[in-house]
Ligand binder design. Structure first.
Ligand SMILES: Cc1ncc(COP(=O)(O)O)c(C=O)c1O
Length: 389
C-alpha cells in the first residue's frame, strides 16, 4: 500500500531549492545594502561593488582561475549563448569569413540552438553522435576536424543521462589543432571535482540554481585573450561582455552555494552514488527488462536514467505523477521526446517510456525505498493491464 502525502522529489537536476545558508548570505543585499555596483560615486554603490568583488574572488578561487576571467550571466543558457555566438562572431570578423564548429548531438538545447543559429549566419556545424553509452570517442572528434574548425563545444556532464565525457582527452586534441574548447558544466559543477586548467578548458559555463543557489544567475569563465563579442550593449558591466546592472544578491548567493557545494562534495558524492546504485539495483532486480540509459561507470553520482520497455510513456508519467516528481527529458525540452535518448539509439517509444531520477542532498534512503516501491508497482500494474487487453 503506497501512502504518500506530497510527491517525492527525484528531479534535482531540473533545479534545487536555495540552501538556507544561501538565503542568509543573500538577505542583506535585497534591503540593507541595495546599491548599484556601477555607482561607485556613492557609499551604497561602493559597498555593492566591494561585495561583488568579494563574491567574484571567492568563486574564482574555488574554480582556481583569476577573478577577471569570470563573467556573471543570467544562467547557463546565457553563458552558453555568450560563449558560442560571442566567440564565433568575433572569429568570423577576424578571419573575414565564418568557419566550422563541432558539437555532440546530445548537448543541452542552450548549446545546440545557438550553434544552429550560427549555421544560419554562414557557419558550418558538425553534430557528432556519441556511442550507445552516451560517450564521444577521441577518434570521432579527430575525424571531424576540418581546416577551418575553430570551436568545439562538448558538455562535461549530460543533464539527462548524467554521462561524463572524457574532456581532458577531447580538449587536448583541440589544443593540438589550435581549436577553442568550450564546455557546459552546469550539471557537473558541485557534483564532481574538476580543474579547468588541468583539463584544458578555454570557455566554461556554470549555473547557480543547480547547486542550491538562486535562479537567474550563472557565469562564463573565459581564458585570457579569447575574443568574445557581447550579445548586448549598454553600461559596460562585466568587461562590456554582459552589460546591465549586476544582480548582487544573486551573485552573492551563487558564491555561497558554490562554497557549500565544494565543501561537501566528497561526502555527498559517496552518499548520492550509493543511494543511486541501490535505486538501480533494486529496480532492475524487480523489473529485469529495464534498460539503463548512459554509462554507469562515467556518470554523475546523482543521476539515473532508464527505459521501461513494454509500457506507454504517457501512461507511465501519468501513473507516477501523484507520488513521484521525476522527468522524462530535460526541464528545458518543452515536453518534446528526448533528443539525448534518441542520440544514444533509443526509439521514439523507448525515449517516451524513460525516466530520469535525480537525487539531491536531501534525498534519504527511506525516500529511495519508497520511490522503488512506487515505480515497481506502477510498472507491474501497467504491464498487467497490457497483458489483459
Ligand atoms: C547542461 C545544462 N546546460 C544549461 C542549462 C540551462 O541552465 P540555466 O537554467 O541556468 O539557464 C541546464 C539546465 O537545465 C543544463 O542542465
Amino acid at each position: 500500500m503506497i501512502h504518500q502525502q506530497a510527491p517525492l522529489n527525484f528531479d534535482y537536476q531540473a533545479t534545487t531549492p536555495c540552501d538556507p545558508e544561501v538565503l542568509e548570505a543573500m538577505a542583506p543585499y535585497w534591503k540593507d545594502f541595495w546599491g548599484n555596483a556601477s555607482s561607485r560615486q556613492n557609499t551604497a554603490g561602493l559597498y555593492a561593488s566591494a561585495a561583488l568583488s568579494v563574491t567574484r574572488e571567492k568563486l574564482a578561487s574555488i574554480l582556481k582561475v583569476k577573478p577577471e576571467r569570470l563573467i556573471f550571466t543570467s544562467g547557463a543558457t546565457e553563458a552558453n549563448n555568450l560563449a558560442l555566438l560571442g566567440h564565433a562572431r568575433a572569429k568570423a570578423i577576424e578571419f573575414g569569413k565564418p568557419g566550422h564548429l563541432i558539437t555532440v548531438s546530445t548537448e543541452h538545447n542552450s548549446v545546440l540552438d545557438p550553434l544552429r543559429q550560427l549555421t544560419r549566419e554562414g557557419f558550418s556545424l558538425t553534430e557528432l553522435q556519441p556511442d550507445s553509452e552516451g560517450i564521444l570517442s577521441a577518434e570521432k572528434l579527430i575525424q571531424s576536424f576540418q581546416n577551418d574548425t575553430f570551436l568545439v563545444s562538448i558538455m562535461m556532464a549530460n543533464n539527462e543521462i548524467g554521462v561524463l565525457q572524457p574532456l581532458a582527452e577531447l580538449s587536448s586534441l583541440c589544443r593540438q589543432k589550435g581549436v577553442i574548447f568550450h564546455t557546459d558544466a552546469a550539471q557537473a559543477f558541485g557534483q564532481i571535482d574538476f580543474d579547468i586548467d588541468e583539463i584544458g578548458i578555454d570557455l566554461l559555463t556554470l549555473s547557480g540554481h543547480k547547486i542550491y543557489g538562486p535562479k537567474g544567475i550563472g557565469a562564463l569563465i573565459i581564458r585570457e585573450n579569447i575574443p568574445i563579442h557581447p550579445l548586448q550593449w549598454g553600461g559596460g558591466q562585466e568587461q562590456c561582455l554582459r552589460p546591465g546592472t549586476v544582480p548582487i544578491p544573486l551573485a552573492i548567493g551563487m558564491g555561497k552555494a558554490a562554497e557549500l557545494a565544494l565543501e561537501t562534495l566528497n561526502t555527498r558524492q559517496k552518499y548520492l552514488s550509493s543511494l543511486r546504485n541501490k535505486l538501480w539495483t533494486d529496480l532492475k532486480s524487480e523489473i529485469p527488462d529495464l534498460i539503463l540509459n548512459g554509462s554507469m561507470e562515467y556518470r554523475l553520482p546523482n543521476n539515473l536514467n532508464f527505459t521501461v520497455p513494454g509500457v506507454r510513456g504517457s501512461q507511465l508519467q501519468h501513473s507516477l505523477r501523484s507520488n513521484l516528481i521525476c522527468s522524462s527529458a530535460s526541464a528545458c525540452s518543452n515536453g518534446a521526446p528526448s533528443h539525448v535518448l534518441r542520440g544514444i539509439g533509443r526509439t521514439l517509444k523507448e525515449s517516451e517510456a524513460s525516466l530520469r531520477l535525480s537525487l539531491g542532498k536531501e534525498t534519504t534512503i527511506s525516500q529511495v525505498k519508497s520511490a522503488i516501491n512506487i515505480i515497481v508497482k506502477v510498472v507491474k500494474d501497467l504491464k498487467k493491464d497490457r497483458l489483459s487487453l
